[in-house]
Design a protein around this ligand. Structure first.
Ligand SMILES: [Zn+2]
Ligand SMILES: [Zn+2]
Length: 270
């Protein structure tokens, strides 16, 4: 089996440790990985976040993309005999900005070997709001806006369903990053009913994953922040992955050297 880390970030990421990407690649080689995707956050639309300084905290700026791909090509030259490096991006699905994403993929498709589509933002107070920034921001933008945690969760999964059915244009890989990211602050804001802990709740979503040809990521960050196991790919979700034979790939979501390869053993167990 290919040992692949399918989700990692780079020195361009301003919310990571800022360590040289080469050091992360070296760590992956040391850990015996043979395939390694570099998947920096793709540029957000200016319209969504007009301030470039703020925007660059979250994602690459369009002006940095050229240098980003150059770095990856350099790393491919330097390490290509020891590890297969894939040039990738983690692209946001932004409800209402579908055309932006389609255009973005089209613009960069010749440089991209790999692609992750992630849902980090859903409609909330004042427009699209982040689901994974801070508990306070979650409360302000989503919980207070929807009035109950169950409504927030339901709306997240509704948006996920929409994303799964959106045609984002042609691309060779169709993989979803951390599908259960909405659970990130579930310790701060617990569910008030048990619905979301049963397989039945996820049947439609995972049927859409399968029927639309998506694959999933086993995201290691979901274990680090967890107080009860695999938070981003919970038991009821895994039930459908098994039943429907959905492919799951390991992703460390490393934002620094120490995070490369973390929890790979847990992935193998699953
Ligand atoms: Zn990040
Ligand atoms: Zn992400």
């Amino acid at each position: 089996m290919t040992k692949w880390d399918s989700h990692t970030h780079s020195q361009f990421c301003k919310h990571g440790t800022g360590e040289k990407t080469a050091l992360l690649v070296e760590k992956a080689i040391e850990l015996g990985f043979t395939k390694y995707s570099i998947s920096e956050h793709a540029p957000l639309p200016e319209e969504l976040m007009p301030d470039p300084v703020q925007r660059s905290e979250f994602t690459l700026l369009e002006s940095e993309v050229g240098d980003y791909f150059s770095l990856i090509n350099e790393l491919k030259r330097q390490y290509g005999d020891r590890i297969e490096i894939l040039s990738g991006m983690e692209i946001d699905y932004l409800s209402g900005f579908e055309q932006y994403t389609i255009d973005l993929i089209k613009t960069y498709q010749n440089e991209l070997d790999d692609l992750i589509i992630s849902l980090h933002c859903i409609e909330g107070k004042g427009g699209l709001r982040s689901i994974d920034y801070t508990p306070d921001d979650f409360k302000d933008g989503l919980l207070d806006y929807y009035g109950s945690i169950n409504k927030v969760y339901n709306f997240y999964w509704e948006t996920m369903g929409k994303m799964l059915q959106t045609d984002l244009g042609y691309f060779k890989t169709r993989r979803i990053g951390h599908i259960g990211l909405i659970n990130k602050f579930s310790r701060n804001f617990p569910w008030v009913s048990d619905d979301m802990t049963t397989p039945a709740f996820f049947e439609n979503i995972f049927t859409l994953v399968k029927s639309n040809g998506w694959t999933l990521e086993f995201n290691a960050a979901g274990l680090n922040k967890s107080y009860s196991g695999n938070m981003y790919l919970t038991e009821p979700m895994l039930y459908w992955c098994n039943k429907l034979n959905i492919d799951i790939f390991y992703g460390s979501d490393a934002h620094g050297v120490d995070m490369v390869g973390r929890h790979y053993d847990t992935y193998l167990d699953i």
